[in-house]
Each structure stands twice: as C-alpha cells, then as structure tokens.
Design a protein around this ligand. Structure first.
Ligand code: PRE
Length: 366
C-alpha cells in the first residue's frame, strides 16, 4: 500500500495523546513515591509489602467508578501492573511456578502479581511447594482445578503435607494450540504436552492425529521446547510458548471444551505472610476428614446451613489409608472475621476427625 501524507487531524490527536501520556507518567510517579513511603512505614512496622485484599479493593473500587469509555475489564489488568510496579519499589516479589517460560502457570503468575516480579521457575508442583516452604520464593502459584478435567490432584495432596496456605486465587481461559516447526499436520509422529493438556485435547487428537503417540512431559512449555528441536514432534501450548520457541501455530484452540478454564492457587508461608484481611468478597478453603460412621458427611453440611454460609466447592480425595476414607476439600464464601463464618467453622472443626484451614483470600477480581 502506498504511504499517504499524514492526516493533520490524526497528528493533532496524537499530540494530545502524547500530552496525556506525560501527565499519566507524572501521576504514576507521584503514586510510586507514595508507595515508597508506604514501603518505609511497613519496614518500620516489620510488616509485609504485598496486601492482596488491598489490591482487590483498589481494583473493585475503580471498576465500580469507571465512567468509560475504558472497558470495565480493562481496569484490572492495568491497575494490576501499576500496583506490581509500585510494590517492586517497596520490596522484590519472588514468585515460584512451573517453568520454563511460556507456561500457563507463568501467565497466571503474571496476571495475579503483574510483571514486576522475580521469577523462580520450577520443574513441577512439588518444587513450587518446596521453594515457597524453604524461602527461595515468597509466593507459589499452582493449578488446582480445571473446568473440564476436574481437580489437579497432586496440588491438592501437597496442601496436606506442607505448612503453606492460600492467600489468593486466579483463573485463566486456557486455549491450547498445536505447535510445530512446520506449518502442517502431516508427518507428526508424537505430541508432547503435560498430561492435563493431552486430556483436555483428547477428542481433537483422536480425530485429527489418531496415529500420533501422545507423550506426557513435565510441562506444555517443555513439550514446545522438544518440538522446536525435532520436526517429527508437536507440542500443545500457548501462543506465548510458540513465540518463545519459534514454532508455528498449526491449529489454534484445539481444546475439546471451548470454555476451558484453569484455577490457580497463590501460596505463601504463614510464618512470613499474614492471612489476608477481609476484602468484602472472600473465600475460605478447608480440608477436612470425618469419622467413618453413617451420616458423618451430612453432619458436615449442617453448621453451614444453620449459619447461612454458602459452600462453593466440595471435592473428595482418597485418604490413602486403605479404609475407604476421604479428605474433603471445601470452599466457603466469606472470611473468618465474619461472625457467621467463624461460628460455622468452629462447629465444623468439632465435627471433623481432621480439620485444616488452607487459607482465606479475596475472590478472583479478574
Ligand atoms: O497500600 C499498600 O499497602 C501498598 O503497599 C500500596 C499498594 C499499591 O500500589 O496500591 C502496593 C502493594 C500492596 O500489595 C497494596 C497496595
């Protein structure tokens, strides 16, 4: 297309945008200086920089007051980045998650903390828990549930054996793409991806690549890395991974469920991070087991009903005792500082053989 002379109206509008950007920059620096002062205050008090409930309130407040034309959904990602940059001036935030670069866990971590973080890349969920428990990272990010495949069992099991607790959650639409060095389907001998991704694309793979081996690997990004080394291999991963490893997107969005979502938990060590305060839209996660007698599971639900506390999740996992015993993972709406939640929790605790609060945190504000 031939270049036309710049439109004077466009140039004038761009000049005005440049002027607004300079104002924004000055305002952002004013905000950053205030955050530095908050950081100094917190250092004197010996308290932590990251306050998920405050960040959730800031975002909810601005979404409510947004007069447009900026879209409501644009508010959260913009302010998450602003607060991430301000937080980095208070103290570095080290976040552990499943690597290498380009995983959905990375996308979840960046979506929750913003991109001004120090990245601690781990080989699997066990390492994420370990790095966060041992202090190599301040926070961990692990997948806990997928809308088509159900719970991520390894993450749930690890909650039982580590002291870590949940301080936040975030969920992502997970779009899987078939990636390869070449831009065609012919000649693919094996598809390398995380077992969850292989399962989420089972129907598509059976239909389009029935002969190809499905090779489980530690992460989708690792599958993409392998595909970048060998033209007979394909990976299933994000478009970020395609860019990262120089691969073609041979087929986009190959997941069987168009609304495939994954929920991630944000972990911290209770000795290093306080439980988030009430934000007004909170969730409390528990793991419990009940004595092996008739009606015990029913009895679990009674205190919730009596105190009017909503349950948003109820999952069972075998306790591996060989006795057909189960752990129940329960999410309640509300914060223990609310009297009805505190009363329901106290009664539940009394009815359970095992009872552990996994965390109380603001609901996902995306
Ligand atoms: O209000 C605070 O406690 C701050 O540290 C400021 C701020 C922000 O940028 O608004 C930054 C980090 C916290 O996680 C919450 C909010």
């Amino acid at each position: 297309m031939a270049e036309t002379a710049p439109n004077p109206a466009l140039l004038a509008l761009r000049e005005r945008i440049d002027a607004v950007d300079l104002e924004l920059l000055a305002l952002l620096n004013r905000r950053a200086r205030l955050a530095q002062e908050v950081g100094e205050l917190k250092r004197e008090e010996g308290s932590v920089a990251f306050r998920p409930e405050r960040e959730a309130q800031v975002i909810e407040g601005l979404k409510g007051r947004n007069g447009g034309p900026l879209m409501r959904d644009s508010v959260a990602p913009i302010w998450r980045e602003i607060m991430s940059a301000c937080r980095a001036l208070e103290t570095p935030t080290r976040v552990a998650y499943l690597g290498p670069a380009g995983t959905f866990s990375e996308e979840a971590a960046l979506g929750f903390f913003g991109s001004s973080i120090e990245r601690v890349l781990c080989a699997n969920a066990d390492e994420v828990f370990h790095a966060t428990s041992a202090g190599a990272a301040d926070f961990g990010v692990v997948p806990v549930e997928n809308s088509s495949e159900g719970v991520v069992t390894r993450s749930l099991d690890l909650f039982l054996t580590t002291p870590l607790f949940i301080i936040g959650e975030t969920s992502l639409y997970v779009r899987h793409n078939l990636l390869r060095r070449e831009s065609r389907l012919e000649g693919i001998e094996a598809v390398c991806a995380h077992p969850q991704a292989l399962a989420q694309c089972h129907g598509w793979l059976s239909h389009h690549l029935p002969q190809a081996e499905r090779r489980p690997v530690a992460s989708n990004a690792e599958g993409a890395r392998l595909a970048s080394l060998d033209p007979r291999l394909a990976g299933i991963a994000s478009t970020r991974a395609a860019t990262e490893f120089g691969l073609h997107v041979v087929s986009p969005a190959i997941q069987d469920d168009a609304h495939n979502r994954t929920r991630f938990a944000i972990l911290a060590h209770p000795a290093k991070h306080p439980q988030p305060r009430q934000s007004g839209h909170d969730c409390t996660s528990l793991v419990v087991s009940v004595p092996n007698r008739p009606g015990a599971v029913h009895d679990l639900l009674v205190p919730l009903k009596q105190h009017g506390v909503s349950m948003t999740r109820f999952e069972s996992r075998p306790a591996r005792s060989g006795q057909w015993e189960y752990y129940f993972y329960i999410d309640l709406q509300g914060h223990p500082d609310q009297p009805e939640v505190s009363a329901a929790l106290a009664e539940l605790r009394a009815a359970c053989a095992f009872f552990k609060v996994l965390g109380t945190y603001p609901l996902d504000s995306h």
